[in-house]
Design a protein around this ligand. Structure first.
Ligand code: GDP
Ligand code: MG
Ligand code: ZN
Length: 296
């Protein structure tokens, strides 16, 4: 019996493929007494395994996680790339802010990647940068197709476990291919649809890259912010924090309260109108979800 340690980089049909630093992945099953935690095991988990003389490997232990995200399901992520296109499909401040909120909630650093700058209307990239760089988010404006600025993004990923998250069609797979041409991920709208039909798993698949891993994701239909509560939301809009000392009430929802530092900063143009609008929309969605659940 030999023992080893490694990272689950994909799961399929009850098998876990573990990268233990060797040439080949170790195909593991889950040991009987660990069955109860089997459903929580996911891509990105660091595990210990035993290999018996017949060459069968069993996961015996999961090491503590640094973080976890539900959709896509992946643990121990270093960086989330919030991926959007300038156009085709159009950039959405609301969707971008939702992804940033999900990342903040999971405690995972996030950067924004704005693809298809070859198609961007004049001034558009600066407009987006103006909103996000000001509040401390890096924005990589790239063209995966033309290779513009891809190197800067690539260097940011060295040695990290990076997850690309964003709507379908924005160029996530194209960007991974541009970063690492050997990836040969399927791109484009038609093949993408076929691909989605085939890969119904919600688990991310980690692709080894430069001492770390990259995970492509299929995109999402609807974003789930249900684990978030109303009081936690404002904390995910990190620029609000600097103005909350101006709020008369604590906690303040920054909506109807008469004296509110966040609303004052909005009026003064210090907080971006798009960010505050996203905050209100997400707050409403959380509330109506709660009401619906309450009626059930
Ligand atoms: N004009 C332009 N088109 C791009 C760029 N990157 C990707 N595309 C196209 O956008 C479509 C969707 O790309 P894909 O990588 O499949 O997007 P994904 O769904 O996010 O993985 C494909 O037809 C790509 O050729 C880019 O930088 N500029
Ligand atoms: Mg794709
Ligand atoms: Zn307030």
């Amino acid at each position: 019996m030999s023992v080893g340690q490694g990272r689950i980089i994909k799961t399929y049909n009850g098998y876990y493929y573990v990268d233990s630093g060797l040439e080949e992945l170790v195909t593991c099953k889950v040991k009987g007494k660990l069955k109860q935690i089997r459903f929580s095991l996911c891509t990105g988990d660091l595990v210990e395994f035993e290999t018996n003389p017949d060459g069968e490997s069993m996961i015996t232990k999961i090491l503590p996680r640094r973080n976890f995200m539900l959709r896509p399901t992946v643990a121990n992520v270093d960086l989330i790339i919030v991926a959007f296109a300038c156009v085709n499909p159009d950039f959405s401040y609301l969707l971008a802010d939702k992804l940033l909120v999900l990342a903040a909630q999971a405690g995972i650093p996030a950067v924004i990647c704005l693809n298809k700058i070859d198609l961007a209307p004049a001034g558009f990239v600066d407009e987006v940068k103006g909103v996000y760089e000001k509040i401390g988010y890096e924005v990589f404006a790239i063209s995966a197709q033309q290779g513009t600025n891809v190197d800067a993004l690539k260097q940011r990923l060295y040695g990290k476990i990076t997850v690309f998250a964003g709507p379908s069609g924005v160029g996530k797979s194209s960007t991974l291919n541009a970063i690492e041409p050997g990836m040969q991920l399927v791109t484009g709208s038609v093949s993408e649809k076929i691909g989605r039909g085939k890969h119904t798993t919600r688990f991310a698949h980690l692709l080894p890259f430069a001492g770390g891993y990259m995970a492509d994701t299929p995109g999402f239909g609807n974003l789930n912010l249900e684990e978030l509560d109303e009081t936690g939301l404002a904390g995910c809009f990190k620029e609000f924090g600097g103005y909350e000392q101006g709020c008369k009430f604590t906690p303040c929802t920054h909506t109807h309260e008469p004296v509110c530092g966040v609303k004052a900063a909005l009026a003064a143009g210090e907080i971006a109108a798009t960010r505050y609008a996203s905050y209100l929309t997400i707050l409403d969605e959380i509330k109506s979800k709660k009401e619906k659940d309450g009626r059930k």
